[in-house]
Write a protein that binds this ligand. Structure first.
Ligand SMILES: Cc1cc2nc3c(=O)[nH]c(=O)nc-3n(C[C@H](O)[C@H](O)[C@H](O)COP(=O)(O)OP(=O)(O)OC[C@H]3O[C@@H](n4cnc5c(N)ncnc54)[C@H](O)[C@@H]3O)c2cc1C
Length: 218
């Protein structure tokens, strides 16, 4: 929405990602277990609840509920890992909204609008990666230059096609990716951006914000 107000488009789709917890148990699991094959992951909280999650609800949504069919799939995948959990009752379930980019990688840095910077598209992995995200965004704000770690994560990659395929690292299942509409939209999205000549090319650092020719929407 912010990008639209500013006159450009971000290649982001918002999906619900569900999580759920069971009734509490005595300590039974002292690590996080993740199945790359199904996407299911389980850990035990300090209170004893099993915290469970897995794949995205694969339709764009801002509803913080998630669908029952996906919940069933997550539970089935968890029971494939831990059949004895079938005797547990779920105490609660919810969904949060995650911003997914076509290559499952964040966008960190300047936008086509001088002085407007973004740090988004973290998808399902934003907690663990944000210290590096914050550090590299602070670097570009302070110096006007991208941090070398953030260089590949520029918005311009959706124009040049130099995408970073981190789907496997993000734990995305390959069959999910095949059915994910956003993956098929990716190539079309690139041509929606249009050339723009900013009347205010200088950013806060007094330098022109060069995005590799990312244009604004007209
Ligand atoms: C169930 C679940 C489990 C997850 N598990 C993990 C995990 O184990 N490890 C991990 O690394 N990541 C995990 N994530 C992903 C992580 O939560 C996200 O990647 C991270 O929160 C993204 O941070 P963000 O700041 O980009 O966006 P958000 O955390 O979504 O923050 C965006 C903020 O903007 C606000 N906002 C939106 N629109 C407006 C507006 N118009 N005006 C003002 N404010 C607005 C929202 O209210 C929100 O507070 C999980 C996510 C979910 C939902």
């Amino acid at each position: 929405m912010l990008a639209k107000l500013a006159g450009f488009r971000l290649p982001i789709t918002s999906y619900a990602l569900q999580a759920m917890v069971t009734e509490p148990l005595k300590p039974a699991l002292d690590t996080v277990v993740l199945s790359p094959g199904t996407g299911a992951y389980v850990s035990q909280s300090d209170k004893g609840e099993m915290v469970i999650g897995a794949s995205l609800d694969l339709f764009p949504s801002y509803a913080q509920r998630g669908s029952f069919a996906v919940l069933q799939g997550i539970v089935a995948a968890t029971l494939a890992l831990f059949p004895s959990f079938s005797r547990l009752r779920l105490l609660r379930q919810w969904a949060g909204i995650v911003d997914v980019v076509h290559d499952s990688s964040p966008i960190i840095g300047p936008t086509p609008v001088p002085g407007l910077y973004i740090n988004c598209g973290w998808g399902t992995g934003g907690f663990k990666a944000i210290p590096a995200g914050g550090w590299t965004l602070a670097h570009v704000l302070a110096t006007g230059r991208n941090h070398e770690l953030a260089e590949p994560f520029q918005l311009g990659r959706f124009i040049t096609g130099r995408l970073i395929d981190e789907a496997a690292a993000a734990g995305s299942r390959t069959d999910d990716a095949a059915h994910m509409p956003v993956v098929r939209i990716a190539r079309r999205e690139r041509v929606r951006l249009r050339r723009h000549h900013s009347p205010h090319p200088a950013g806060p650092c007094g330098k022109r914000c060069d995005l590799g020719r990312i244009p604004l929407l007209s």
